[in-house]
Design a protein around this ligand. Structure first.
Ligand code: ME8
Length: 533
């Protein structure tokens, strides 16, 4: 059998300055849905997430809690790992930048950078934004604050106060990569997605690039520069490398080298739009400098926004505005799978998305309680009732009667997969919802309860119920990336538990896969209806 193609997907590694929130969970679920979809499509997936533990911001958070940075990071790691487990994140690895493997890889990178000739020593005199861990020049800061009286020391991105930094530093010659980066964007327009984000990246690079300070020597919470005592690695120079560290970069050992050859370059880095420059400008330039392959694409999603109930306008969810919603609140309302389904289908990945509890209830009730859950409970109930606890056997002639569900299911995997692979998850789910809604209408139109009263129409009844179960089986497969557990449960209830985890979606969803004649279990409602208020 041919080897499965590799699909390596990553999330940002999150700063350990506070507990994970809905925004960090959002990026992680986006990556998880893509990872689960790819597994179902027969890819050998490697899915990486982790924590970004160095830098000034984390050191300050630790100090504020009277802990050493390492103690602080260790105390926070379970918050991330436990939340990901609860949200059914199927990552294969969890990297922490304080691990030995990252330190070794970063130090290896320093040596390669030094050899490359794109590293030089100088001194940095400019601004630094600690919350963003980003350097800004005097010109950038002055330009951003033009016309804002008294605001001349605020971060051009997040508008928080900047620190003045004057220190000896190693520089990465980022400026030398302007032309090569512009060529990359021309030749590989798919490198930055969605495509409208490419414009922002291009114009930033076209405007000229400054060399980047990549070491700090006024504090020590970072990976030491191997050839210059007193210098630690700038946190982003360290963090970006995590993607390669995790697949064996720089390890002088055959197994690691084979893994690196198989996994690198990554197929997709999932990031928020706030860190697009790091991933689409600095990271490819670093890779060009050391002669490593570039990731295939960076997918940048928007921010979660909360609708202000008074003004009706969306505003960015953030702790300082006091409008951040904790994942727990949503899990308590919708359950984990309802949570995943809502965020992945109602927020368009790529765009900012306004979210609200009333909208959550609406989507949950419309799609999950009234459509998917309802289809399962009605169909299984009727099958058990009319066929003595069993599914009717597969009809010998699938075209004996009109079969609207088989028509919709025809080609559904291709339509769905085209959307899912482009991260258009809402549109992918809509393909499935179309089948589910049609199946609910089919119940109304074919009136199985009337057919059951007429022994002469027993075949027709079996035909209808079989079709409903088949629509459920196929929908369950297609909903796996969004709601793995309820999909597995739906399959189990129709005696198809062994199909869960299928890695050939087209084969799994071929019409007529259900043999029938097997037990059907009605079970509890999978998605109990929520009160609208
Ligand atoms: O930037 N809506 O970490 P970070 C959607 N350590 N996503 C959001 C969000 C919101 N309101 N708020 C945060 C870092 N995010 C670096 C990354 S990678 C080599 C290093 C998500 O903890 C979004 O993905 O600040 C954003 O890019 C990320 O969290 C920032 O996480």
């Amino acid at each position: 059998m041919a080897e499965k193609p590799s699909y390596f997907i990553t999330t940002p590694i999150y700063y350990v300055n506070a507990a994970p929130h809905l925004g960090t969970a959002y990026s992680t679920i986006v990556a998880d849905v893509q990872a689960r979809f790819r597994r179902a499509m027969g890819y050998d997936v490697r899915f990486l997430t982790g924590m970004d533990e160095h830098g000034q911001k984390v050191a300050e958070a630790a100090a504020a809690h009277d802990m050493t940075p390492q103690e602080w990071c260790d105390s926070q790691a379970p918050l991330f790992k436990d939340l990901w487990a609860e949200l059914e994140i199927s990552n294969d690895d969890f990297i922490r930048t304080t691990e030995g493997r990252q330190r070794a890889a970063v130090q290896y990178l320093w040596e390669r950078m030094r050899e490359s000739g794109y590293l030089y020593k100088g001194s940095y005199d400019g601004w630094y934004c600690v919350p963003d861990e980003t350097f800004f020049t005097d010109t950038q800061v002055a330009k951003a604050n033009e016309g804002h009286e008294g605001a001349d020391h605020l971060c051009p991105d997040c508008h928080r106060p900047l620190e003045r930094v004057q220190e000896e530093s190693w520089f990465f010659k980022l400026s030398a990569f302007q032309d090569r980066l512009l060529e990359l964007y021309e030749e590989h327009p798919e490198f930055v997605q969605p495509s409208f984000r490419m414009n922002e990246v291009k114009s930033f690079v076209a405007g000229g690039l400054n060399d980047l300070s990549v070491s700090r020597n006024t504090f020590d919470w970072g990976i030491p520069v191997p050839f210059d005592e007193g210098h630690v690695t700038y946190v982003w120079f360290d963090a970006l490398l995590n993607y390669m560290t995790a697949v064996g970069y720089g390890v002088d050992e055959p197994a690691a080298q084979a893994e690196f050859a198989r996994r690198w370059p990554a197929q997709a880095h999932i990031v928020g739009k706030d860190i697009i420059r790091f991933h689409c400008v600095i990271w490819p330039a670093m890779l060009m400098a050391i002669g490593e392959a570039l990731p295939e694409r960076v997918f940048a999603h928007g921010f979660l926004m909360v609708r202000n109930e008074e003004t009706g306008k969306g505003e960015k969810m953030s702790k300082s505005r006091g409008n951040a919603i904790a994942p727990r609140e949503v899990i308590d309302l919708l359950g984990v799978e309802g949570y995943r389904y809502y965020f992945m289908t109602d927020v368009v990945p790529g765009m900012d998305g306004a979210i609200s509890f009333s909208r959550m209830r609406q989507v949950y009730n419309a799609d999950l309680a009234n459509s998917w859950g309802n289809l399962i409970s009605r169909s299984l109930n009727m099958s058990a009732k009319y066929f003595d606890g069993l599914a009717p056997a597969r009809p010998s002639d699938a075209s004996a009667h009109p079969n609207p569900l088989a028509e919709i299911a025809d080609g559904i995997v291709d339509r769905y997969a085209a959307k899912m692979s482009a991260f258009a998850f809402g549109e992918g789910a809509s393909e499935v919802m179309e089948l589910i809604r049609a199946a609910n209408r089919y119940i109304e139109d074919s009136e199985p309860w009337a057919l059951a009263k007429d022994p002469a129409r027993a075949d027709e009844l079996a035909f209808v119920i079989y079709n409903l179960l088949e629509a459920i089986r196929i929908s369950a497969h297609l909903l796996v990336p969004f709601m793995p557990e309820t999909s597995a449960e739906a399959l189990r209830r129709i005696s198809c538990a062994d199909e869960a985890g299928a890695d050939d979606l087209a084969a799994a969803c071929a019409w007529g896969g259900l043999a029938g004649g097997t037990p059907v279990e009605k079970g509890e409602a999978l998605f109990p209806r929520l009160e609208e208020n």
